[in-house]
Design a protein around this ligand. Structure first.
Ligand SMILES: C[S@@+](CC[C@H](N)C(=O)[O-])C[C@H]1O[C@@H](n2cnc3c(N)ncnc32)[C@H](O)[C@@H]1O
Length: 270
């Protein structure tokens, strides 16, 4: 299992255990940073992200393909509203969590979007922080194959000059790919980076003000109480723990490297 997949599984477990909903996307904070940078505030902002995305679903949409469905949290909320949803993700672990929470009537396909092969289409394809995992050209081809009306992409893109050239995952590259597909138009393309950044303010705070000092105290006590075992652990993972204890500033680094956008594509009348 790749480290990024394991990290997602771990975040999924935390999201279910801590917030109860299982969202795997960042928070959305249109009013800026919260007064108290807590896990609770983050859980509420993840719900606000869902509400913002939900507001962009065009009237009349009935069927949704949830691409990169994570733990099924978005799909569950949409199903409860009466949408007929199908999920897909290549992650067996996340799909197991999704199947456990979703009604049996919601299929969960275990595959990447690039290789999805279904004999039906959907009114809408939804990408909740999953678009950046997929090469943009093949993703747009599959949108053209599966979405009869629209696609929503709520996700981040690398900024130009931030190591993106080889991977072509910038917003500019996306627009160029889209231009080559005259069957689709950009109905909405909003830069919401500022409203996403407080997520990192909260995560940095939880880590720097709570977790890192706790870990520091724990290591000191462990060294005192179990010197031999402590030496073994420190030899094995001490440098990683040191790195974790160093203050992080992801609020700044994320904003420099990525732009977060809410995009709605609409099919031009056939
Ligand atoms: C950050 S999670 C977001 C989950 C969910 N959409 C949400 O908003 O909470 C990214 C999801 O994309 C999925 N994913 C990764 N590669 C993919 C691919 N090639 N095709 C479709 N989904 C993919 C992951 O397995 C995971 O379910």
């Amino acid at each position: 299992m790749k480290l990024k997949e394991f990290q997602l599984d771990f975040e999924a477990m935390l999201s279910e255990a801590v917030y109860g909903h299982g969202f795997l996307h960042y928070g959305y904070w249109p009013g800026g940073r919260p007064e108290t940078p807590s896990a609770r505030a983050l859980g509420e902002a993840q719900q606000a992200w869902f509400d913002r995305m939900r507001a962009e679903i065009p009237a009349g949409v009935e069927t949704i393909l949830d691409v990169g469905s994570g733990t099924g949290a978005n799909a569950l909320a949409l199903t409860r509203e009466g949408f007929r949803v199908e999920c897909l993700s290549p992650s067996a672990q996340l799909n197991a969590m999704a199947r456990a929470k979703l009604p049996e009537s919601v299929p969960v396909h275990e595959t990447g979007f690039e290789t999805l092969d279904l004999p039906r289409r959907f009114d809408l394809c939804l990408f909740g922080e999953s678009f950046h995992y997929i090469q943009q050209g093949p993703a747009l081809d599959q949108i053209d194959r599966y979405a009869t009306r629209a696609a929503i992409i709520f996700d981040y893109f690398r900024r130009r000059g931030e190591g993106a050239e080889g991977r072509r995952q910038t917003h500019a590259a996306f627009l160029a790919e889209l231009e080559a597909r005259p069957g689709w138009r950009l109905a909405l393309d909003e830069d919401v980076t500022e409203a996403i950044l407080p997520t990192f303010h909260v995560l940095d705070h939880i880590k720097n003000a709570h977790l890192a000092p706790f870990l520091k105290r724990f290591r000191t006590e462990f060294r005192r109480g179990r010197p031999v075992l402590s030496r073994i652990v420190e030899t094995a993972i001490g440098r990683r723990l040191d790195k974790f204890q160093r203050p992080s500033a992801r609020e700044e680094t994320f904003g420099k490297t990525y732009e977060y956008r809410l995009i709605r594509l609409e099919r031009v009348a056939p």
